[in-house]
Design a protein around this ligand. Structure first.
Ligand SMILES: [Cu+2]
Length: 266
């Protein structure tokens, strides 16, 4: 029997078909068993994706992290920082802390001009792009443009993926510091040491000494004029909102947070 071109042959017809007859590019129809298996597989994939999606839907305040989540965050940050000394041009260097920090605001004569010194703190490192990747990637933040929000959102999303890889934990999410509610630097970030997974007391990778010492030690906090979103929330257009938010709290917190303005290592 010859099946019409677009009709699917029955199982009996396919079993009886001459195996030498080519079906060309017409896809072989699934039998009931294959279809059932396909359905099961699709359901499993959906279920797994949903589980993964659920595990990644919400970022938490750093003050609400479980001990395991905080350990994972520290592990990821420490591993990214350990890659700071990898050779330029290597995959490890492109996944290092300083490489990603330099994407946001790069400190070097080849990009943002000479460093503007702020405060009386210790000297901080400068960075010079040494290859085409770095030149194309560093200092690409959208500041002062209508892409401020979109750029920073995607930057953090990709940064988070690198951090997850470094921590070996795909459920790790970048926590936030809600400085408008609690203007003191959370202790988990400022504390000089912590007990690592081997039970050793080691330097806390979340503490950066280029920050204002009072913030690190918990003796000072940010002022409400620095942290407030009230000005931005009072605006009535997208561009006015974006500009106001970029100034305060985004820019203001960067500058008050550390000696080195938006220091890459912070
Ligand atoms: Cu920024």
């Amino acid at each position: 029997m010859i099946a019409f071109e677009h009709s699917k042959p029955s199982r009996q017809e396919r079993d009886n078909a001459d195996p030498t007859v080519s079906l060309g590019n017409f896809p072989a129809p699934l039998d009931r068993g294959q279809a059932w298996f396909g359905l099961q597989l699709s359901a499993l994939i959906l279920l797994l994706n949903r589980a993964r999606y659920n595990a990644q839907t919400q970022r938490k305040s750093v003050t609400d992290l479980t001990a395991t989540e905080l350990m994972s965050l520290r592990r990821g940050v420490a591993r990214m920082m350990a890659r700071n000394n990898a050779s330029h041009g290597s995959a490890d260097y492109r996944r290092s802390w300083v490489y990603w920090a330099n994407m946001h605001l790069h400190f070097g004569d080849d990009c943002a001009g000479p460093i503007v010194w702020v405060g009386n703190g210790p000297a901080f490192q400068t960075f010079i792009a040494s290859n085409a990747d770095e030149t194309a990637t560093w200092c690409r933040c959208e500041h002062g443009t209508d892409q401020f929000l979109t750029w920073h959102r995607m930057y953090l999303w990709y940064f988070e993926r690198v951090l997850q890889e470094a921590a070996g934990d795909l459920s790790l999410r970048l926590p936030y510091w809600d400085y408008e509610t609690n203007a003191g630097l959370p202790a988990a970030i400022g504390t000089p040491t912590y007990v690592d997974e081997q039970g050793q007391t080691v330097p806390n990778p979340l503490r950066v000494n280029a920050r204002q010492p009072g913030l690190n030690s918990g003796t000072s906090s940010l002022s409400s004029g620095v942290t407030s979103t009230a000005g931005a929330m009072a605006t009535t257009s997208f561009l006015a909102f974006s500009t106001a938010l970029e100034n305060t709290p985004h820019g203001a917190v960067h500058w008050r947070h550390s000696y080195a303005a938006a220091a890459p290592m912070v």
